[in-house]
Design a protein around this ligand. Structure first.
Ligand code: F6P
Length: 366
């Protein structure tokens, strides 16, 4: 058994529904099962750099009511990498460099024996790097994109899909009233899991995902076939990372201060214009954007997050540092942080859900 008396927990990167249930499960397991002290570090690694002013005591009361709350009570930052950090020195000069030792000192000064980091690739990369420096770290994976190879499902994904399907249900009634094509843009970065699931769950006529480059004419042909059958509207789901055959991603913005500067976005408008021209049906684009990341987590995400958070503490108590909690089939498991970074997964273009979608008449533009 490891000598752990006090742990800290933090959230980094983009938020997603389920972060609070993880914080709750970490805190409750640590206190109720192992009688540990728990510190919450606000604003991710920036808080670790700033130290005490960003550290809050997490007791049972602090986390008792947060299972249904979206976002993160600890706030988040997706810019602050302490191994490559921009900061002001005591003379007010802007400096740049590795300040990770400050983070380590702040943990030591506050008697913190181990750290649970909840985040995506960037946050977990720093978690791995702190682990290499000797900090006792356990990672917990989050993303609505569900694109981490090491785990079967990330929490937040189920909520994002449910929210998006509800949005499609609303778009369907207005699409039908006007006999329009509505093109719905999904998040998901370079993976199509979110678009695929919301497209199937929302009964889309076409689903365009990054893993299958689409031919817009084939999408239009499918919609025209449906129109000829008497259907007067269409729902097309397009992943923000989808590309036409031989084409490029549509980039909305470049955020130089972010570890992953490219922000995809805008493809729904392009696809809507093309489909309008090719079908003669009026088309509109709707970008769901951060609506997919907000709001109360679904029951499935609350359960998954609780399992992830509680298991993270079990791993710490078993001395299994430097690992990330994973879901392997139906069971909780773990994988070294050394192996999980940058290992993304993609939708199998000939996998079960794509095949079933095609069998039920969905076009992927191929
Ligand atoms: O990775 C989660 C995600 O929501 C992506 O689906 C999306 O492309 C990106 O983050 C948006 O990032 P930001 O919140 O920085 O705009």
């Amino acid at each position: 058994m490891s000598e752990i008396k006090k742990i800290a927990v933090m959230t980094g990167g983009g938020d997603c529904p389920g972060l609070n249930p993880v914080i709750r499960a970490v805190t409750k397991t640590a206190i109720m099962k192992y009688r540990l002290e728990v510190v919450g570090i606000k604003h991710g690694y920036r808080g670790l750099y700033l130290g005490e002013e960003e550290f809050i005591n997490l007791d049972i009361e602090a986390v008792d009511e947060i299972i249904a709350k979206g976002g993160t009570i600890l706030y988040s930052s997706n810019k602050d990498n302490l191994f490559d950090y921009t900061y002001e020195d005591e003379n007010g000069n802007t400096c740049h460099g590795d300040v990770s030792h400050v983070g380590v000192e702040n943990l030591e000064k506050n008697g913190i024996d181990a750290l649970v980091v909840i985040g995506g690739d960037g946050t977990l990369t720093s978690g791995r790097d702190f682990s290499r420096k000797g900090v006792k770290v356990i990672g917990v994976p989050k993303t609505i994109d569900n694109d981490l190879a090491a785990t079967d499902t990330t929490f937040g994904f189920d909520t994002a899909v449910s929210t998006a399907v509800e949005a499609i249900d609303r778009l369907r009634t207005t699409a039908e009233s006007h006999g329009r094509i509505i093109v719905v843009e999904a998040m998901g970065r370079y993976a199509g899991f979110l678009a695929l699931s919301m497209g199937v769950g929302g009964a889309a006529d076409a689903i365009l995902i990054p893993e299958i480059e689409y031919d817009i004419q084939k999408v239009a042909d499918k919609l025209n076939e449906n129109f000829a059958r008497g259907k007067n509207y269409a729902i097309v789901v397009v992943a923000e990372g989808a590309k036409p055959l031989g084409g490029e991603h549509v980039v909305d913005d470049v955020r130089e201060d972010s570890p992953d500067p490219i922000r995809l976005g805008g493809i729904a408008k392009v696809v809507a214009k093309q489909l309008e021209a090719l079908t003669g049906h009026e088309a509109r684009a709707t970008v769901l954007g951060h609506i997919q990341r907000g709001g109360t987590p679904t029951a499935n995400d609350r359960i998954l997050s609780t399992r992830y958070g509680s298991y993270a503490v079990e791993l710490l108590m078993q001395g299994k540092f430097g690992n990330m909690v994973t879901l392997d089939g139906r069971n909780m498991s773990y994988e070294s942080l050394e192996n999980v970074i940058g290992a993304n997964k993609a939708v199998d273009p000939n996998g079960e859900l794509v095949t079933i979608a095609e069998a039920t008449g969905v076009s992927f533009g191929r």
